[in-house]
Design a protein around this ligand. Structure first.
Ligand SMILES: [Zn+2]
Ligand SMILES: [Zn+2]
Length: 132
């Protein structure tokens, strides 16, 4: 299979899955429709695309690498109860890149912010349980 077709399948699958899928989830979804594409190919391509900036890899401690097809700078919220990852679309604080650059001389490409806490669904669940 041509590399460009494989690439298209991988990118489409990532976009179709719930956001922030792991390589394993992407592979499982592809495998169901294209059994000839190997696991190694999917993993290798995801890594390569992330390196090329065609998608964003998210490293959240204690969790497998996740891939995000949304390239625009945005932040994430991780629920400590259900481990779900949500997009947080507040206005990016891009000026902090500049601040760090000026103060330390680092050439900053980007920054990541991960908020942690309890998502509304889990919070509702907890309230239900504490009332009974
Ligand atoms: Zn939750
Ligand atoms: Zn995201």
């Amino acid at each position: 299979m041509r590399a460009t077709i494989q690439r298209q399948i991988i990118m489409d699958t990532l976009a179709r899955l719930h956001q922030h899928a792991t390589a394993e989830e992407v592979y499982q979804a592809i495998h169901a429709q294209h059994p000839t594409i190997s696991k190694a190919t999917v993993y290798r391509n995801l890594q390569a695309f992330a390196q090329q900036g065609d998608l964003v890899s998210l490293q959240i401690e204690g969790d497998a690498t996740r891939y995000d097809h949304r390239l625009a700078l945005h932040y994430h919220f991780v629920c400590k109860q259900c481990d779900a990852i949500f997009d947080v679309d507040i206005t990016p604080v891009e000026h902090i890149n500049q601040n760090v650059q000026e103060q330390y001389g680092f050439e900053v490409d980007t920054h990541e912010i991960v908020f942690r806490g309890i998502c509304p669904a889990c919070a509702a669940n907890q309230n239900k349980h504490s009332n009974t």
